[in-house]
Write a protein that binds this ligand. Structure first.
Ligand SMILES: [Ca+2]
Length: 395
């Protein structure tokens, strides 16, 4: 029979182990019988680690690439925020922009954003693009479905529009993630100047949406059938979700959202739940002013983990390959600022370790995926953006 180690030494042991940065659990030092405090785990802000992986240029000459997605044949699609979609060959050559991409509102953070393949892409060649779309009232996040052909996109149709459209260029979200049931999650933001709308179920801002691939709303959505709520809503109270992926074992949606100063959050948004923004947050306004009511409130979910200082998260992938030793089952997240590839180890739904890599590049990492070779591919956000292949350092 195993003896239980006393809680505090166990936390200290975890924190010191292995030369990496294990994360102390908020609940480890809570005496038994005492309810756990409403306090999320905080990132220990590890320094970027050198000597484990190296990044080599795979493709170059991209303008503000936002997303990368591999096709079954080993080529990749890359979006450029000004409104272009390109193919990257298996050897890193860029194609001319593909025709048929919808017109995008390419201002501020807006433009052509994510790309996702249909789960049946090999049979139907369908793909989905998220983008900022102009229209009455300003602009909003939108999703188009199209059929990929070598000659460009065909049968392009907008299947989702964030309502209402609003002025401003900030906080569009907008990652696309397929659930196991074939429903499409669309992450969004609060459009920056409209944060209170994240709590208003009649508004499309600050929500994660769940739609069918023809744009219809699944009847089992949490607010379907209500007069006072948008039926597409899956979860709400989000600030700006630019990183999302499906957990390969549980099938849950996991997300990372930009907080204000000191408030980036890891969540696994569940059906109908309220993630608190802007009522509760660990961040403060950029002016230093407090936001909302504090860090916890009944009826609002705590993040799994938060970053203070922030990482400015964008792009996320679960690593299930084996080509990079020790990374299997990690969560990989792009950091725009300070600029890094963030790796989390999860255990039982909690973060037990955080490491960071590629900080020495000084690049804004905008998206992360895993290639058919098992290596990690990231895109860098700049006017001379690149696709980088991340491999174990040899020698
Ligand atoms: Ca939150």
């Amino acid at each position: 029979m195993h003896r239980r180690l006393p809680p505090v030494p166990l936390a200290a042991l975890l924190f010191c182990a292995c030369g990496g940065t294990a994360v102390p659990s908020a609940s480890d030092d809570t005496p038994r019988g005492t309810p756990a405090p409403e306090q999320a785990q905080r990132s220990p802000t590890p320094a970027s680690t050198r000597g484990v992986v190296t990044a080599e240029t795979f493709a170059t000459g991209l303008v503000n690439p936002w997303a990368i997605e591999f096709l079954p044949d080993g080529r990749a699609l890359v979006t450029e925020r000004p409104g272009r979609l390109r193919l990257v060959s298996r050897t890193g050559q860029l194609s001319a922009p593909l025709s048929g991409v919808p017109a995008v509102f390419a201002q501020g953070q807006g433009g052509l954003l994510d790309v996702a393949l249909d789960p049946q892409f090999a049979q139907n060649q369908l793909l989905y693009l998220s983008f900022a779309e102009s229209g009455e009232g300003g602009a909003g996040t939108a999703v188009a479905r199209a059929r990929f052909t070598e000659g460009g996109l065909q049968d392009v149709r907008v299947i989702y529009r964030q309502q209402p459209k609003l002025n401003g260029g900030g906080h569009y979200g907008s990652r696309l993630v397929f659930a196991r049931d074939g429903r499409l999650f669309v992450t969004q933001g609060d459009r920056m100047n409209w944060k209170e709308r994240a709590q208003d179920l009649a508004m499309g801002q600050g929500k994660i949406m769940r739609i069918a691939t023809d744009g219809s709303v699944p009847a089992d959505n949490p607010f379907a059938g209500r007069n006072d709520a948008r039926a597409e809503i899956w979860s709400y109270g989000h600030r700006n979700v630019q990183a999302a992926a499906l957990h390969p074992e549980t099938g849950q949606l996991w997300t990372v959202e930009h907080g204000a100063r000191g408030g980036d959050e890891l969540n696994h948004p569940e059906r109908g739940k309220n993630y608190g923004w802007p009522v509760i947050t660990y961040g403060v306004d950029y002016s230093g002013a407090t936001i909302g009511e504090g860090t916890a409130k009944a009826g609002m979910e705590q993040p799994v983990y938060y970053w203070d200082p922030v990482i400015a998260p964008s792009g996320m992938a679960f690593y299930t390959a084996t080509a990079i030793p020790g990374w299997q089952n990690s969560v990989l997240i792009g950091s725009l600022s300070p600029g890094a590839l963030v790796r989390l180890e999860l255990r039982d739904g909690r973060v037990v370790r955080e490491e960071r890599y590629l900080g020495e590049l000084g690049e804004r990492i905008r998206d992360v995926t895993v290639g058919p070779d098992g290596f990690v591919y990231v895109v860098t956000d700049s006017g001379n953006g690149r696709v980088l292949r991340v491999r174990p350092m040899v020698g």
